[in-house]
Design a protein around this ligand. Structure first.
Ligand code: KG4
Ligand code: ZN
Length: 338
């Protein structure tokens, strides 16, 4: 039997600089350097992100190789995120990867970030992996999609957002509540003790399997502005209820369309992926729904939900098996579709 390939995965599409080493579908190391600088600005500042990637990339790769207990010369291929993402951020990962491939004389592999999120389900964690075809609700800071996954290389987006992404809806709502960036995890935390029915917000009317979150954001903003006029302490006094109600609204929008997709496709193998899949209420509600309707649900481990390079290494592994390699002339793409 051929030896299992060792792949170095590189992720730099937004504000996390990440490197991981995989051997087959096992992850030997998974390193992430978060960029705290953006908290000061209430959102990711693209130019600062590029600079921080430049600073972090060598130390992160170095740590990934050391922690995997391998030597550089054992790496069979390097896989990097080609897009979608911030171009200046993607350029750091792609330039590094191309140089590394050239210097080490190994193959180069490009990975679509969103496909990486989906394929994170095939990381060997000892748990069952989804059977094809399955539906994946891919929810992150930049994307919200329902993807019909036929195989690691055959995926179709059957629903997408027409405006904000689910993660953006969390982060922008959090900003209205004066919470720091990224607000998604904070809303999740405060919502734990809140009443999901305390406040009602506008529901979107979007066709087919598409999503919309911008109306919800406006509805939250108007509510807060009106209440703040009557009581300047409104947010502080109602923070937990506000977070629970906002979270409930976002999750209901997601689940509503997912259920519609299940009905339309007849597929009941379900998976979630992307940063928002770390949300505890979404996980719980999906678990309850799946139990009730006898769907099969796959939820990734927390460390593989938010941006990471393990998912890029695994997606790279599948391309490696198909001899699907990239050229040195490859360039990243801020808007990359599949
Ligand atoms: O996939 P990801 O790490 O980066 C992108 O590719 O965008 O997703 C980041 C998004 C952010 O919007 C963040 O607020 C959201 O995921 N997020 C959460 C939670 N953890 C991360 N949203 C809600 N609840 C969470 N626990
Ligand atoms: Zn992501």
């Amino acid at each position: 039997m051929n030896k299992e390939p060792i792949i170095l995965g590189i992720e730099s599409s937004c504000d996390d600089t990440a490197a991981a080493i995989s051997k087959g579908t096992r992850i030997l190391s998974n390193e992430v350097a978060n960029q705290e600088i953006h908290q000061l600005y209430g959102g990711v500042v693209p130019e600062l992100a590029s600079r921080a990637h430049q600073q972090n990339i060598i130390p992160v790769v170095d740590a990934a190789i050391k922690n995997a207990n391998i030597s550089k010369s054992e790496i069979d291929a390097i896989a990097f995120t080609k897009g979608p993402g911030l171009l200046g951020s993607l350029l750091v990962g792609s330039s590094f990867s191309k140089s590394f491939a050239l210097g080490m004389d190994i193959n180069l592999i490009t990975v679509n970030h969103m496909q990486g999120h989906i394929l994170s389900h095939f990381i060997d964690t000892g748990e069952e992996t989804p059977n094809f075809p399955f539906l994946c609700l891919t929810v992150s800071g930049g994307h919200t999609q329902i993807v019909r996954v036929e195989s690691p290389k055959d995926m179709e987006v059957i629903g997408t957002t027409i405006d904000d992404a689910a993660g953006e809806a969390f982060d922008k709502s959090a900003k209205i509540l004066n919470l720091s960036y990224p607000g998604g995890p904070l809303i999740d935390q405060y919502a734990k003790n809140g009443n999901i029915h305390a406040f009602e917000f506008g529901k979107p009317k979007v066709k087919e399997l598409n999503f919309s979150f911008s109306g919800l954001k406006t509805s939250i903003l108007y509510k807060i502005q009106a209440e703040n006029k009557k009581n300047p302490h409104f947010i502080d006094e109602n923070l937990e209820d506000l977070c629970a109600s906002i979270q409930h609204s976002i999750v209901s929008i997601l689940l509503n369309k997912l259920e519609k997709a299940i009905k339309q496709t007849g597929i009941t193998e379900l998976a979630i992926a992307g940063g928002v899949s770390a949300n505890s209420y979404l996980r719980n509600e999906l678990q309850k729904l799946s139990k009730r309707k006898k769907y099969k649900l796959y939820i990734p481990r927390f460390e593989y939900c938010t941006d990471n390079a393990a998912m890029i290494a695994i997606a790279g592994y599948f391309k490696y098996l198909n001899n699907d390699f990239a050229k040195q002339s490859e360039i990243p793409s801020a808007r990359l579709y599949f």
